[in-house]
Design a protein around this ligand. Structure first.
Ligand SMILES: NC(=O)C1=CN([C@@H]2O[C@H](COP(=O)(O)OP(=O)(O)OC[C@H]3O[C@@H](n4cnc5c(N)ncnc54)[C@H](O)[C@@H]3O)[C@@H](O)[C@H]2O)C=CC1
Ligand SMILES: O=C(O)C1=N[C@H](C(=O)O)C[C@H](O)C1
Length: 238
């Protein structure tokens, strides 16, 4: 498979190593210094584009892929206010798009655990829920995209929670996501339910970026030749 990498930072380089190890060819490595490679005649040489850039650039890059008729995998976080518009454009232009706040198999299993635990807690208001996410200091967005996905699952399931917030709160209707930046943390997410009697805590700790990169390559292999809007639940049949 021919892959265009949009973004050649920590994730772009980790994806390159996994993709080449699986026999794929990287036809373009597109970075902030090579915007000309985002043009249609270059992008269209790829079977799939994999986009890991910045919250400010992801939207524009995805639309460039649609214009070039190239299926696009996007892992960039912090731009989701524009997600409804991207989905509408994808359908209108008959393109293929797959976004995940986290591509690792472990986190996608963790999402299922989190959803089920929150459902069970829906009838146990004596537990107070708190979330913590820990990432490296170069991370641009807070809270992490993964933490937002986890928080949305909890807010959907707990009748007492109406919204998540990223600063300490005394409002019981708000779920506090605490963001910590500590090097070299690739990504840790902790969800704790506390009651006067006991605590239940679930934790996912990434030991490196390998899981994110491998999941993105698996998603690209899966998306090749398809049309529509997909998630990792489709890829992993969860
Ligand atoms: N969904 C997931 O599983 C994961 C998502 N991420 C997200 O991926 C994004 C990138 O993360 P890292 O690689 O760690 O960041 P990074 O800072 O190491 O790399 C970002 C790269 O994007 C490039 N870039 C900036 N503007 C660009 C543009 N207009 N076109 C092309 N390239 C451009 C930069 O030059 C840089 O090389 C972040 O939003 C991060 O939160 C990170 C890990 C896993
Ligand atoms: O920026 C990162 O590094 C990561 N970003 C993603 C997020 O915001 O959830 C996924 C992973 O946690 C690493």
């Amino acid at each position: 498979m021919k892959i265009a990498l949009i973004g050649y930072g920590k994730m772009g380089q980790a994806i390159e190593a996994i993709a080449q190890g699986r026999g794929h060819e990287i036809v373009h490595r597109i970075d902030i210094n090579s915007p000309q490679l985002l043009e249609k005649e270059n992008l269209s040489q790829a079977d799939v584009a994999i986009e890991f850039t910045t919250p400010e650039t992801a939207y524009h890059n995805i639309l460039k892929c649609f214009d070039a008729n190239v299926p696009v995998i996007c892992g960039t976080t912090g731009w989701l206010d524009k997600l409804p518009e991207v989905k509408a454009q994808c359908l209108e232009k008959h393109q293929a798009f797959l976004y995940a706040s986290n591509f690792s198999i472990g986190v996608n299993i963790f999402f299922e655990l989190n959803r089920r635990l929150a459902e069970l807690m829906g009838t146990q208001p004596q537990y107070n829920v708190h979330m913590e996410e820990i990432h490296h200091t170069q991370k641009k967005d807070a809270p992490s995209g993964t933490a937002i996905t986890l928080a949305e699952q909890i807010v959907d399931a707990l009748p007492g929670k109406k919204a998540w917030v990223n600063q300490h709160t005394t409002n019981p209707e708000e779920l506090y996501i605490e963001s910590r930046r500590v090097d070299p943390a690739p990504g840790t997410h902790i969800i704790n339910y506390h009651s006067p009697i006991d605590d239940i805590t679930i934790i996912h700790t990434a030991h490196s970026r390998e899981g994110f990169a491998a999941g993105a390559v698996t998603a690209a292999e899966w998306l090749k030749g398809k049309k529509g809007i997909f998630t990792m639940k489709d890829v992993l049949s969860l």
